[in-house]
Design a protein around this ligand. Sequence first.
Ligand code: BG6
Length: 489
Amino acid sequence: MALSDFDLVLFGGGGDLAMRKLLPALYNRERSRDIPQAARIICVGRHPWDREEFLGEVDRNARPNTASGTPDPAVWDAFCGRIDYVSVDAADAGSYQALAQALRPSGVTRVFYLATPPSLFAKICHNLSECGLATPESRVVLEKPLGRDLASAKQINAEVGRVFSESQIFRIDHYLGKETVQNLLALRFGNVLFEPLWRREWISDVQITIAEELGVGNRMDYYETAGALRDMLQNHLLQLLCIVAMEPPVSATPDAVRDEKLKVLRSLKRFTPHLIAQNVVRGQYRSGHVNGTPVPGYRKEQDANPNSRTETYVALKAEIDTWRWAGVPFYLRTGKRMADQLAEIVVRFKTIPHSIFAQPHRSFQANSLLIRLQPDEGLQLNLMAKTPGDNMRLRPVELELDFRETFKMPRMDAYERLLLDVLRGQLTLFMRSDELEAAWEWVEPILDYWEQEGDEPMPYTAGTWGPAAASALIGRDGLQWREEALPEE
Ligand code: BG6
C-alpha cells in the first residue's frame, strides 16, 4: 500500500535512537522510493542547532548507520532535503510555536514520534494539545521504556490518553517488527501442519532466548534503573511468548490479534514469593572474555555503581493456565555479555511413546522446531531419520529454511517495518494499553520480591551462558537449554 503524504515529527531527533535507527530506516525507504515526494521529517530537540548544523549531525551520526554505510549520494541528498530541525524545549508550551510553523496545516498524515525519556511523554502530549497540534487525525508513537512498573505504565497510558485516543497511539516493541516474528504468524496461521500439534498434548516445552554479547555501552544511567527484567523480559520476551502461545485470532486486524495476546498475558500463572524463589534466576556479569576480548564486570563498567544489584541476566519459568498450555513450561531468558549474540525460540515436542526399532527408546531425540530471529533468520525442524546402510539406525537430522537464501530480497529492519506501519496507520504490531498493563502486572511481583529480599544477583562470567542456577532451573524439570543439549563440536 503506497504511503500518503506525511509530516513526521521526531522528538529526540538529535538523539541516539534517531541517529542509529530511525533516520537510517527512513533513508532505506527513501532508497526504495516508498516516501512520497512532498513528505517531511521534522526533527525536534533542545539543542539550538540551525538546519545546516543539524544536517551535519545527521551526516556524521546517521549516515554510517544506513544499510551499506555509504548511501547513494543522490538519494541521500534527496533524503536530507526532507529533513528540517526545530529547537523546542519539550516542557515549555511557548516554544512549540516554532514547531507549529514548520507543520503543514492539514491534508497530510501527521505523526509525532516520541523518542524521549518517558518522563516527557505527558508534557509533550499536553503541549501538543495546548498548541492545537494534536489533531484527531494525528498519531503518536511511544518508545520504551513504557513505565517502570504497573503504576507508572498506567499513568503514562492515562496521560497520553487524555490527548490521543487509543487508535492514535502506537506503542513500539521493535521485536514485533522483526521479520521472523511475522514469519511465526505465517507459520502458525498459514499452514495446517503445526496447529493440531501446537498444544500440551504434543509440546513438551518452549524456550525463548535473547542473548547479547554487548554490555550496557553508554546507557548506564538508564540501565542501572532498569535491569534485564524491565529492559527486555517485560516487553520483548513476553511479546514473543504471546505470538507463540496465542489462540488463532479471527483475523489479522489489530484488535483481533491484540485481544488474543492479551488473553495469553492474563492467563500467565501469577508469581508468588515461593514460585519466584524457585522459578526466577537473576544474574549480573563479572569480568570475562567475549569473543576472546577481555571485558570488565558490570560493576566496573564506566559510571557503574560498584555495589549495583541491577540484574543483567534473567531466566524464568512461566506457565500458562489454559486448556491448550496447562503444564507446558515456557522458559524465558535474556542477558548481556553472554556467550553468543542470538534470539531464538525452541518449541520441543514430546518424545515418541514407544520404539518399534531395535534402538532403545531413549536414543530418540524429541522433534523440535527452532525459530531463529537473529543473527540469521530461519527455521529448523529437527527430525529423526534412518542413516543409509544395511541396518535400521536412526539419528537426528535437520530440515533448514534460511529466509535469506529462500527469499533473495532485501530485508527490512524492524524499525523500517514499524515506521511504515505507523505511517499507514496499521496498529497490529503495536501494543495496546491493556496489553502493556497486563505485562507489567505479571512481572511486578518479581520486582517487588527482589526489592524486598534485597539479595544479590548471582554472578556469571562475561562470555558465558549465565549463572549455573539457570541450568539448575531447567534441569529440575529434566531438561536443558538448547546449547547444553547440542553435541560437543
Ligand atoms: C532494546 C534494549 O529494547 O533492545 C537494549 O533496551 C537491547 O538493551 C536491545 O540491547 C536489543 O535489540 P536487538 O534488536 O538488537 O536484539
